[in-house]
Design a binder for this molecule. Structure first.
Ligand code: EPU
Length: 340
């Protein structure tokens, strides 16, 4: 277990912002997580649970305790001809787990390859990409209840998963230390090719029906082309969520922008890519202070070097204002912004 005071979070956030916390605790197993919960005092508050810090923007030092899981391990719980249930430590790097699953011919997560962050956060954030969401494969979440240090196992159905949402982000915020996530993966590979340019990217390589490895490699190529490497330019992936608008609003916009990309949600609502709107507002590639908009994907805000969290927030606000003015739509950050 690590227990450090006045600790820099520089290496715990992919925006590469040098903010400090009063106390930093890292636990390596369930017993340590329980021990921490029993021994936290009022002085340790407020608490902040972090994973790989790939969805985090720090705008000030955090005057409280940061808790981080270093629980590792990938363990088969049950295995039959059709599927496997795998229990994964919350501190396992997400993409290491995806790679491991692909190597073992356990399927479903291929399209979620190369997403930064750790397994625990995948269950909080319901990470998603290229037509797949983590919730499609999460079976149970194991955690320690901070209030009484007891172990709990939560069925995926109880987590109320939806687009980038779960109860862990809502009424359960700050309540649990997630220790493991159990995934249910298939022994059969069914490629999901319908999102964006996946098919085109495969065809470039002469592949009609990819195997799981080819699918993973293709997703990695697509992400590498579009998304900045945090080690080079700090960022937290998509900064904003894609807004869901009413069908009447969508039709109004389609009349003005007939080529507007969009995704059907249901009979009443349509999702509009925020990145497209931000680009239409002229922000793609631009900067405000040391914060900027990525030149290949306008949904991603970047630290051009030495940006403070507040500079990123100022850029975020300027973009939100312009999108609201041009399209009449409110866009909301997906990134967790920690304010003083
Ligand atoms: N677009 C533009 N300009 C841009 C960016 C996008 O015109 O600068 C257009 C694209 O041409 C496309 C549409 O918007 O028609 C959607 O773009 P893209 O496929 O790149 O996906 P996105 O909606 O911008 C979402 C996720 C990403 C995920 C991709 C692929 C959210 C908030 N983001 O982005 O997730 O990788 O789809 O599935 O839903 C993340 O969460 O950090 C993340 C990177």
């Amino acid at each position: 277990m690590k227990d450090l005071h006045d600790y820099s979070l520089l290496h715990h956030n992919t925006f590469n912002i040098d903010a400090r916390c009063r106390r930093f605790i890292e636990y390596e197993n369930v017993e340590e997580a329980q021990y921490i919960c029993k021994n936290l005092s009022a002085d340790d508050q407020p608490l902040m649970m972090i994973g790989g810090g790939s969805n985090l923007l720090l705008t000030a030092d955090f005057n409280g305790t940061v808790l981080h899981s270093a629980i590792k391990g990938i363990e088969v719980m049950s295995d039959n001809e059709d599927e496997v249930k795998v229990r994964v430590g919350s501190g396992v790097v997400w993409d290491d787990f995806v790679a491991y699953a692909v190597d073992h011919n356990w399927h479903g997560l291929e399209n979620l390859s190369y997403i930064p962050g750790e397994v625990g956060a995948s269950a909080v954030q319901n990470i998603g990409a290229y037509g797949v969401e983590a919730k499609d494969y999460i079976y149970k979440v194991e955690a320690v209840d901070i209030q009484n240090a007891s172990r709990v196992t939560i069925d995926a159905d109880t987590c109320n998963y939806s687009y980038r949402q779960s109860r862990f982000k809502q009424e359960w915020r700050g309540r649990f230390l997630i220790t493991h996530v159990v995934f249910r993966l298939s022994k059969t590979f069914i490629p999901k090719l319908n999102y964006g340019n996946i098919r085109a990217k495969l065809q470039e390589q002469g592949i009609e029906r990819p195997d799981a490895r080819q699918m993973r490699d293709t997703i990695i190529d697509i992400r590498r082309e579009k998304l900045p490497n945090p080690a080079v330019e700090g960022n937290a992936g998509s900064f904003f969520m894609n807004p869901v608008v009413s069908r009447s609003k969508y039709l109004e916009l389609m009349a003005l922008y007939p080529f507007m990309p969009h995704y059907e949600v249901d009979a009443d609502s349509v999702k509009i890519p925020a990145g497209w709107m931000i680009e239409q507002c002229g922000w793609k590639g631009r900067s405000l202070g040391n914060a900027g908009v990525h030149s290949k994907q306008a949904l991603v805000l970047v630290n051009r070097g030495g940006a403070t969290g507040n500079e990123v927030v100022e850029l975020c606000n300027a973009i939100r204002r312009d999108v609201k003015e041009k399209f009449g739509i409110d866009i909301h950050p997906e990134v967790n912004i920690i304010r003083k």
